[in-house]
Write a protein that binds this ligand. Structure first.
Ligand code: SAH
Ligand code: SF4
Length: 411
């Protein structure tokens, strides 16, 4: 059974209208400590000598306590709270829809205001609860410029990059909804890990290519892993790339998270067809970049994702070629049964074929879990995400757009 909850109430619509009509306010979420200090001081509401202390207070309220309203920051004077609210916003994005799959997977459709693109955008975020952990799959772009032939997101043109604030907002709003901030309740009947944090892991595997939005992704992940705030361990954050070779080293050096590579083929001819960025950065360059990934060891391996496509890349020959290709790279192999979407020509490999493939790889010494498809009934599985903006009625979209432009002229 799938439960679909439409959260577009009159109240949220009114809030959206109010936001559009209000003068522009700076966002505090997504700023580094230095930027936060600068924003407070240059707005004239915090004297320079107090900046450090105020940043510390705000950081705690925003990222440890998860408040989304200045009024809740009790150790800050009423006057300063009012000034903060006048200049800045820490509001969560609009949740257009929340869907809950029969297996506990949740998918949220978030709507963010336009930022130069002229219209609001919508993106999807997915929560996957398991026995010992809860993983949040976060989007980095609206759509994707790349066109991997088996991926639903790839059929949607890029609308824009998400900002650091929008990337973090997915994590923070999901934590709100799951009761994963202190003193919050988890919704009755929700499927979450038995103990510990409801969201213990992050994967940058939603819509978009994270390494084509490097700066915003870096800022967001540094805040997500900040020990005095959201405090997710970098070892529990995985960034997946289709193979943007020039940014791979920086990912390890500057963000320090775990790396996953969408490999899917073991020769350039086939990979050119499945993952077209391969024409720019072929397999040899990609594997060389993987070998040079900072911090790589047997305890910190790279995950290679391999989607199982019937009669395309699923033979025993392919399995052998895969083992040969990855020789000497500390690697995990993640076999992903292809998740179908409307209009695709690909099919998922037979279960027996996937098992044979996995056996071969296991025997060669690789842990090769087969990723159980999750949330298929709500199109939340890998590669099925595609923002609903395309499905939004044209009249509705135009009305919203007109409203936004009329509101504060932000193009
Ligand atoms: N753009 C990044 C991250 C998002 S995709 C990347 O490509 O790595 C997350 C994973 O799902 C990638 O490995 C992607 O190749 C895979 N994927 C895409 N479409 C899929 C589908 N229909 N079925 C199964 N996996 C898919
Ligand atoms: Fe973009 Fe990743 Fe989909 Fe390729 S697999 S189209 S890079 S989201």
């Amino acid at each position: 059974m799938t439960l679909s909850l439409d959260l577009t109430t009159d109240a949220t619509r009114d809030a959206l209208r109010a936001r559009a009509a209000a003068p522009f306010k700076g966002e505090l979420i997504g700023l580094s400590r230095e930027e936060l200090a600068e924003a407070l001081v240059s707005s004239g509401i915090v004297p320079e000598r107090q900046a450090k202390m105020r940043v510390q207070q705000l950081w705690h309220w925003l990222y440890v306590r998860g408040v989304s309203d200045f009024a809740d920051m009790f150790n800050i004077s009423k006057d300063l709270r009012a000034e903060l609210a006048k200049h800045f916003t820490i509001a969560r994005p609009e949740i257009v829809e929340e869907q809950i799959s029969s297996d506990g997977t949740r998918k949220w459709l978030f709507r963010f205001p336009p930022r130069g693109a002229g219209r609001p955008v919508e993106i999807e975020t997915v929560y996957i609860p398991e026995e010992g952990r809860g993983t949040l799959c976060i989007s980095s772009q609206v759509g994707c410029t790349l066109t991997c032939s088996f991926c639903h997101t790839g059929t949607q043109k890029l609308v824009r990059n998400l900002t650091a604030e929008e990337i973090l907002a997915q994590l923070m709003t999901a934590r709100d909804r799951l009761g994963d901030f202190p003193e919050r309740d988890t919704p009755a009947g929700a499927i979450v890990p038995a103990e510990g944090r409801k969201i213990s892991n992050i994967v940058m595997m939603g819509m978009g290519e994270p390494l084509y939005n490097f700066e915003a992704v870096k800022k967001a992940l540094l805040i997500a892993s900040d020990g005095d705030g959201l405090a997710l361990s970098r070892r529990r954050i995985t960034l997946s790339t289709s193979g943007v070779v020039p940014e791979i080293f920086r990912t390890g050096e500057e963000i320090g998270v775990m790396l996953a590579i969408s490999l899917h083929a073991t020769n350039d001819d086939l990979r050119d067809l499945l993952v077209p960025i391969n024409k720019k950065y072929p397999l040899k360059d990609l594997i060389d970049a993987c070998r040079a990934y900072p911090g790589l060891s047997n305890a910190r391996r790279i995950t290679f994702e391999y989607v199982m496509l019937k009669d395309v890349n699923d033979s025993l020959e392919d399995a052998k070629a895969l083992v040969k290709l990855l020789k000497g790279v500390p690697a995990k192999i993640n076999l992903i049964p292809f998740n179908p979407w409307p209009g695709t020509n690909y099919q998922c490999s037979d279960w027996e074929t996937i098992e044979k493939f996995a056996d071969y790889i296991n025997n060669a010494g690789y842990a090769s879990p087969i990723r159980t498809p999750r949330g298929r009934d709500i199109l939340a599985a890998c590669g099925q995400l595609k923002s609903e903006s395309e499905r939004m009625k044209k009249t509705e979209r135009l009305a919203l757009e007109a409203m936004m432009i009329a509101g504060h002229g932000e193009a």
